[in-house]
Design a protein around this ligand. Sequence first.
Ligand SMILES: [Ca+2]
Ligand SMILES: [Ca+2]
Length: 364
Amino acid sequence: MVSFFRCNFADMIFSGQNAFPGLWSLYRIIQSIWGLVFAGAGRGAPCVIRDLTVIRDLTGRIAAGGVVGVGVFLVLMSTAVAGLGVMAPPVDEAGEGFGVMSVAPAGLPKSFRAGETFRDCEDCPELVVIPSGVFVMGSPITERERDFEEGPQHEVRVADVFALGKYEVTVGQWQGCLSAAACAPISDRGWGDEQRPVINVSWNATQEYVRWLSEKTGQKYRLPSEAEWEYAARGGTSSARYWGADIGVDKANCHGCSEIFDGEQTTAVGSFAANPFGLHDMIGNVWEWVGDCWNDSYEGAPADGSVWTKGDCRLGVLRGGSWGYFPRSARAASRHRAEREIGLSTNGFRVLRVIDTEGSSSPP
Ligand SMILES: [Ca+2]
Ligand SMILES: [Ca+2]
């Protein structure tokens, strides 16, 4: 609940990010400070903006604002500190649930906490609870290696908490659907490790898998929307990659990302460090199908994080780059189109599990 409160507070007060960039930065700093305080109090702070470059940004803004800038900052800070005393919820002794913050909309799930991991069955994909929030989708025109199709940048509000696969769906997990005769056999190119992501999977085949998983668990599984995917991949960061602007070395699996595995094949899921939301391989390993139809730009894209069902629906969207593609594709904003009927060895997926905001669903 703490994290929800902070996220939703941001939405309420500073939804005009573009109109008030200075205030937005101020808010994000305050949010970070709150996060540190809460984290220090052992309450967890999964919704904190962890990209601390905003602090440098803010210092510049305050300096540019002179006395007025410092004054506004101090007023907002004291508001935040006062708010801590008034509004901080009790520590959740059980270590579960979001607490009882009254500002949250009625019906927020009581049994999920952002950052918490769970699975619905022993062989089901492990999931991470992703907080709701607002982010800027797409790449700025200043980003190196960007494509036109990654714009225009636009604000998206992901209103509902959801759970997303911590990893890409693996060969072993696909086997469960295969054994139930709900999915077709798919070649793994003889690479032979059940911990590798499933490959050669078409968009159509992903639909069979999520249908099977939904029936098996009684929960609602689907592909993430393109917006949900990018929101999760960024994990609060705005840089080209969740670890920074540059590709670096051994941060992910792509053709040119690593000194060990370089453009040869997939790696076992989770071989590289997670992003700030605790998700692995959001960049690299396999491209990941999302639910949307293909569109050449974000003109007319939904702003509520929903699946974009308009456009060229013979084609689907793949995100995040893969083992066989160069670093320019291994960016949070990069997009790739492909025919939905076709599976390629560079393509896989991860699942989204809907969290019932009526509060009736809970982790097993
Ligand atoms: Ca991936
Ligand atoms: Ca592209």
